[in-house]
Design a protein around this ligand. Structure first.
Ligand code: ADP
Length: 461
């Protein structure tokens, strides 16, 4: 096992990883930018190194600075968390070349899955069903037109290098394709440095269902059930749950098996997630996230497996120590992403100082966060305050506990998404398990109990 791990991240996930290391008896090194001096991850770690100014490019995304910090502190491994360097295959390679273990998958698996069109090709070869679409990157408008004719409208244009729900455009009619293709390319160029686009059939009312995977360096691969992340705003997840409500047992099993086959196909090790779209009994591979996910706690709650400790043990060369039959889901878990945003003003960020804070507790409630009373949420990074997670013996109990906990939470000084989460959780369709990726749109258009947050607003895509 490692004796010292450097955490190349900030915020709640840095804190989550430090906690796992502490439980494993591993010393920790925090890195931080000048904007994060007062951050909890810096206070909780055994050592800390300032790696630069607030801009991520010059701190959390700077490979030389992160590697130097690991060398100075003699860390034997680096945990990248999610975001930042976690899915940069070049970073994993530099770690390896520097004799530092990257706590994540092989660099080649990151590279293949990071190129969304190559990822789809690889998955087809492994026998995984994918959304019908272009064969790789679209080389021209003519090819886009021909592909759209073949798969049928509506279609979605996606940036090869996109992520985080960005760089996607839905085209419903042939006459809009040329314009949308140009806009999408320009947007992708500006946001990701490449205008490379591919195309898929746009499913109208799918559910986002993803399978949690764990694989060791000895060829053992298992899945830890699925999560439903259909409650999304502008393709970004707001509420996640495990297991997926009402999912047919045979589908669940097949999805798990297919996901494991996909992971084997690329020689994967570490934890990872295979994302699928599910519609009318069919499911299609969308992408694989080769890292720990934000929503990993709901899986931990129903399986009893600590995914971060498992990930560290795998990186250290240990065997999984779990077989597929050991994974038994019990009860239900829900996560709400509590952000410093104004949900009734188009979710605009609301950075500032938290003046007062009361975090709920009681049975079945967990709060993963890096904030404290007096903490200032910086405008430089994402606006997450923390993740509120509930667990119950049944979905109904997980919902009632979440509603109880949301009502009790007090965060003063910044606007938060809590009131919006209460609307979601109280919505009759959510309570009935009728979730799909259009749920939020329906809720906002005033269908049901919603008060009409951002009423009339259309999703970007
Ligand atoms: P990102 O990597 O940016 O998060 P994804 O490919 O995971 O992008 O897609 C994010 C969300 O966009 C999905 O969860 C789903 O709601 C929607 N989406 C993506 N592809 C399709 C599609 N082919 N049809 C319908 N919705 C889609």
């Amino acid at each position: 096992m490692f004796s010292k791990v450097l955490i190349a991240n900030r915020g709640e996930i840095a804190v989550r990883i430090i906690r796992a290391c502490q439980e494993l008896g591993i010393s920790t090194v925090a890195v931080y930018s000048e904007a994060d001096r007062e951050s909890l991850h810096v206070q909780l770690a055994d050592e800390s190194v300032c790696i630069g100014p607030p801009a991520s490019r010059e701190s959390y995304l700077s490979v030389p600075r992160v590697i130097s910090a690991a060398e100075i502190t003699q860390a034997d491994a680096i945990h990248p968390g999610y975001g930042f360097l976690s899915e940069k295959s070049g970073f994993a390679e530099v770690c390896e070349a520097s004799g530092i273990v990257f706590i994540g998958p092989p660099a080649e698996a990151i590279r293949v899955m990071g190129d969304k069109s190559e990822a789809k090709r690889t998955m087809i070869a492994a026998g995984v069903p994918v959304v019908p679409g272009s064969d790789g990157v679209l080389e021209s408008l003519e090819e886009a037109e021909a592909t759209a004719e073949r798969v049928g409208y509506p279609v979605i244009l996606k940036a090869r290098d996109g992520g985080g729900g960005k760089g996607m455009r839905v085209v419903t009619r042939a006459e809009d394709l040329e314009k949308q293709f140009q806009i999408a390319q320009a947007e992708a160029e500006a946001a990701f440095g490449s205008g490379a686009m591919y195309m898929e059939r746009y499913l109208v009312k799918p559910r986002h269902v993803e399978v949690q995977l764990a694989a060791d360096k000895h060829g053992n691969v298992i899945h830890l059930m699925e999560r439903d992340c259909s409650v999304q705003r502008r393709h970004q997840k707001l509420v996640e749950e495990a297991p997926a409500p009402g999912l047919d047992e045979s589908i669940r099993q097949r999805m798990g098996e297919v996901a494991c086959a996909g992971a084997r196909g690329i020689g994967y090790h570490s934890v990872g997630t295979m994302e699928f779209l599910y519609e009318d009994g069919d499911f299609f591979f969308m992408e694989m996230n080769t890292r720990l996910q934000v929503e990993h706690p709901v899986t931990e709650m129903i399986t009893g497996v600590d995914l971060v400790k498992l990930q560290i043990r795998i990186a250290a060369g240990e065997e999984l120590g779990l077989s597929q039959d050991d994974i038994v889901a019990r009860g239900h878990s829900i996560e709400c992403r509590v952000n410093a945003e104004s949900p009734y003003h188009n979710f605009r960020p609301s950075p500032g100082t938290i003046q007062a804070l009361h975090i709920p507790g009681g049975p079945g409630i967990r709060f993963d966060s890096h904030v404290y009373s007096g903490y200032t949420i910086s405008p430089h990074y994402d606006s997450m305050i923390g993740k509120l997670i509930s667990y119950g013996g049944s979905r109904d109990e997980a919902i009632s506990r979440m509603l109880r906990a949301l009502a009790e939470t007090r965060i003063e000084g910044v606007d938060t998404t809590i009131a919006y989460h209460r609307e979601v959780l109280a919505h009759p369709d959510f309570q009935a398990g009728k979730v799909d990726t259009k749920f939020i749109e329906r809720m906002q258009s005033g269908n049901g109990s919603a008060k009409g947050a951002g009423k009339g607003e259309q999703p970007q895509a």
